[in-house]
Write a protein that binds this ligand. Sequence first.
Ligand code: API
Length: 327
Amino acid sequence: MSIRIGIMGYGNLGRGVEYAIQQNPDMELAAVFTRRNPKDLKVLTGTAKVFPAEEAEKMKDEIDVMILCGGSATDLPEQSPKYAEMFNIIDSFDTHAGISQHFDEVDSAARKSGKLGIISVGWDPGMFSLNRLYANAILPNGKDDTFWGKGVSQGHSDAIRRIEGVKDAIQYTIPVESAISAVRSGEMPTLSAREKHTRECFVVAEEGADKAKIESEIKNMPNYFADYDTTVHFITEEELKKNYSGIPHGGFVIRCGKTGRKEEHTHIIEYNLKLDSNPEFTASVIVAYARAAYRLHHEGQSGCKTVFDIPPAYLSPKTGAELRKTL
Ligand code: API
């Protein structure tokens, strides 16, 4: 029997999850839940049912893992604990500073219900976090750095869209080339957030909105923009559609470490991503973790987990024997 997946929220990420499920024969999309009118939503999977979000609970026994595709700014803090009371869940909560509190809230809900939740799944947080962990464990005497972009951060774009008076927005994260070179040289420079990236925002304001207020709210937003040099451009809806329709991203995690009697040997570990579609890649990571959530719950585990807690073999559709033979 295949793993029955539910999607809560059918935007870029939700659609990406549907594409990813289609590439994994051990999974099927059972249902999509939306805040829009279900009649207005066309999903690709003919057999999947579409329901209003409020009716999720009635599908409790027909969904093995519910994938929450909302944003971290306002959706997930409320949705993840709520749905962990009914389902095994996966989310991509990406406010790094809020992860500990989010973990506790999902953990207490999931322990009560006996369900399992994996939070903050994607590439950063997610695959990048795992690579930082591996590299730190392997090279304890060293330093790691993460660079993003140039590309579109879904988290930052979503955070801007939540500001009053903003109709639509897109945010590009731009790495500072001189900082990248310094890090790759193995010199282990000390760099602040501001020295490593700049942020560029393209914003469509509602008619009559106070643009100066929007700009200052963006630039001073804690966790997202306050620690960076941020530029804000106001553009029209047409310009946004025409010039900024793609959602590419990427970046890399690098750790430079020393070993040897006099620590005379330098080692550099680098994990690099170049993504045509940030949401589709994030969705692909999420779907692999949905498989792990299903298996762990089957083994009787419950509560909240992160990518750090998941044995790698659980992500793969292959058996242990196949993995030993092939990878
Ligand atoms: C940035 C990164 C992007 C991480 C990827 C993902 C997203 O500033 O561009 O929101 O797209 N933090 N969390």
